[in-house]
Write a protein of this length. Structure first.
Length: 252
């Protein structure tokens, strides 16, 4: 059974988290960042976690501020606050158990993982799944509301079938990010997983991330997988590849 608990996020809100452990001895801890406006209990996150547990990894997942079971208002968050929440999650792991040696991020969570990696000293490896090379990429998801956000300072936007309040500060934050230099300075093993038919984040993003990184780096195609890895076999495959790849770097 997973261990569920809360920790304080970067903005002072209680963030809902869970730790899933392998059946046998744990060889290392992994930290997982979910996709934009998703949550820690997304089907793909569940399948990937089970596969990582099967590889002997303990996995911490949590809901970013204002999402899922976490406290706070989504309208008060941005990409930078997500990065800070990831660092807080790693700090909590370090205090409670041990620091993560693998950091995984899905979609915008992958971009956040790349941005946060330099602030988690114990990390040995980073993996992205369907991640954009530029956080500003998510602006196209709200293109029908951008003018209203800029004019009024905020607007209610439909994202993944739900309504979220997005403020001008969110747009300003994602537009200000320079992720490629951080990737070049990553200093950890990198695995890029991406589907060539990704309908939301084209595979060109994977090439930009891969080209910016220094070795050791690897790329694995997710073939027919969609952006959210809604097919369980696709998510399980991604998790098994992750577990096998990480074994070379995390020790244990």
């Amino acid at each position: 059974m997973p261990e569920r608990f809360e920790f304080m996020g970067s903005g002072g809100d209680a963030l809902a988290a869970r730790i899933d452990q392998p059946a046998g001895e744990s060889r290392a801890f992994a930290l997982f960042a979910h996709c934009f406006t998703c949550g820690k209990d997304l089907g793909a996150a569940n399948a990937i976690t089970r596969a990582l547990n099967g590889a002997g990894l303990t996995v911490l997942r949590f809901d970013f501020t204002g999402l899922g079971s976490s406290e706070g208002e989504f309208a008060n968050t941005n990409f930078s606050s997500n990065v800070a929440d990831l660092v807080e999650a790693a700090d909590n792991l370090r205090e409670r158990f041990e620091a993560p040696r693998l950091l995984i991020g899905h979609s915008l969570g992958g971009a956040a993982a790349l941005a946060a990696a330099g602030e988690i000293g114990e990390l040995k490896s980073v993996a992205t799944i369907a991640a954009p090379f530029d956080p500003g990429h998510v602006e196209h998801l709200m293109e029908g509301s951008v003018a209203e956000i800029e004019r009024e300072g905020q607007a209610d936007v439909s994202l993944a079938g739900r309504r979220f309040r997005v403020r001008r500060s969110f747009l300003e934050d994602i537009r200000s990010q320079e992720l490629l230099p951080r990737i070049a300075r990553l200093g950890r093993a990198l695995l890029v997983l991406h589907g060539p038919h990704d309908e939301l984040v084209p595979i060109e993003n994977a090439r930009r991330i891969f080209d910016a990184a220094k070795h050791p780096k690897s790329f694995v195609s997710l073939d027919d997988a969609d952006h959210l890895l809604t097919s369980r076999p696709d998510a399980t495959y991604a998790g098994r590849v992750l577990g096998a790849w990480a074994a070379r770097y995390v020790g244990g």
